[in-house]
Design a protein. Structure first.
Length: 396
């Protein structure tokens, strides 16, 4: 009996040690899954199958990320942009465990379709769920949905997801105009600017569509959009991408708005990498490496205390990391991915509140423990840690 007991104890101990070893072998994936679970637990508005803009949901600040002078206040559920962050984090976790995360993907599809609007032609996704009210439709929002759909298609091969991505591309193409050399605006029906956010994401979507279905129409659009972005919004001395071409009546020739967000340069790096893989033309690889070097020099710095930081908000940095990750996959240069990984490590160790949420300022120079947390800031961290897990070749 003593021998049997000893064998059982040894077996249980061995299994426990192996389980612990398995988890310790995937520290970034553990972080990704922990953040993902936290988002679903704290932001989910179950009666609608959607998510809240902030946690706690009682916090309803004025929102500043939409066009126009009218103040938009946070409502019962989130606008499309923050919700799309949950979509993206779901697709990346599907790459690790599709059986576990496929039910979540199904729920996300139901959620995102609540923003779908067929009353206007072509059909597209509006900024707030259509069953509540009719609101504006943004080209960059739609491109995000399209990218998530094409990524979902590549994982599941469900034709419906490919059809949805194509439908989004049709909506975006309807906004293209040849004034100022091309491009699409930010907001449907308003042509006061042609921003990098709309056109960069549309470029990525078009190229991914081509890679998915080999229709040269999408490759042609991707190259056309890429060339417009690089000709109009790229800064050749800094090697970054500026925010927008302003096209108001007071500026009939157009004027480049020289504010630089990380994700705009990121979408061009990602597009360049994929165009290089498709065409094998060295100019695209040169573009990708040049923009990566420029972005690293421009956006990343150290505080007076020597703490590394990046001059942008979390989700924007995650989009840049997507680009760094894809470049790393072909040149094996860890310099750029490591810049972000160092920041993500510090955020996890130094910049979390008691609930487990991560501060929007990853340096933790300011204690944000008691501040409400934005859905986009938190959902993107799940994607980031999952992507770092991929870079580190972590597996369950």
């Amino acid at each position: 009996m003593k021998n049997i007991a000893l064998i059982l104890f040894t077996s249980i101990f061995f299994i426990a040690c192996n389980n612990k070893s398995d988890r310790s072998a995937s520290p970034y994936l553990d972080k990704a899954e922990e953040m993902y679970k936290l988002v679903w637990e704290k932001y989910r508005v179950k009666e609608y199958g959607l998510f809240s803009e902030y946690y706690p949901n009682s916090y309803k600040p004025n929102l500043t990320y939409m066009q126009g002078e009218d103040v938009k206040q946070a409502k019962e559920v989130s606008y499309l942009w923050p919700m799309s962050g949950v979509f993206s984090s779901t697709t990346i976790l599907m790459e690790f465990d599709d059986e576990k995360y496929n039910p979540y993907l199904d729920s996300i599809i139901v959620a995102v379709e609540q923003y779908y609007d067929t009353l206007r032609s072509p059909a597209g996704y509006q900024a707030y769920p259509s069953k509540f009210e009719k609101v504006d439709r943004y080209y960059d929002d739609n491109a995000l949905v399209g990218i998530d759909y094409i990524d979902s298609y590549m994982l599941t091969k469900k034709p419906h997801y490919l059809d949805k991505a194509k439908e989004v591309m049709t909506f975006i193409e309807s906004g293209w105009s040849e004034d100022f050399g091309g491009g699409v605006p930010w907001l449907e029906g308003v042509r006061d600017q042609k921003p990098a956010c709309s056109n960069g994401k549309a470029t990525v979507l078009a190229i991914k569509l081509y890679q998915a279905c080999s229709d040269t129409h999408y490759l042609d659009y991707g190259i056309k959009s890429y060339n417009w972005m690089m000709d109009v919004l790229r800064d050749d001395s800094l090697n970054i991408v500026w925010n927008s071409l302003i096209t108001t009546k007071n500026m009939p020739q157009g004027e480049v708005e020289k504010h630089a967000y990380t994700y705009n340069t990121g979408t061009m790096i990602q597009s360049a990498v994929r165009l290089y893989k498709i065409t094998n033309e060295q100019k695209y690889l040169v573009d990708a490496k040049t923009l990566a070097a420029g972005s690293a020099k421009y956006y990343f710095d150290n505080t007076d205390m020597g703490i590394p930081y990046v001059k942008d908000m979390p989700w924007f940095v995650v989009v840049l990391f997507r680009a760094y990750q894809e470049l790393y996959a072909i040149d094996n240069n860890q310099e750029y991915v490591n810049l972000v990984i160092e920041l993500a490590d510090r955020a996890w160790e130094k910049a979390r509140d008691p609930e487990g949420f991560i501060f929007s300022d990853w340096t933790a120079r300011e204690d944000q423990s008691k501040q409400p947390k934005w859905l986009l800031d938190e959902s993107c961290m799940s994607e980031l840690y999952a992507r770092i897990a991929q870079v580190k070749n972590e597996k369950r």
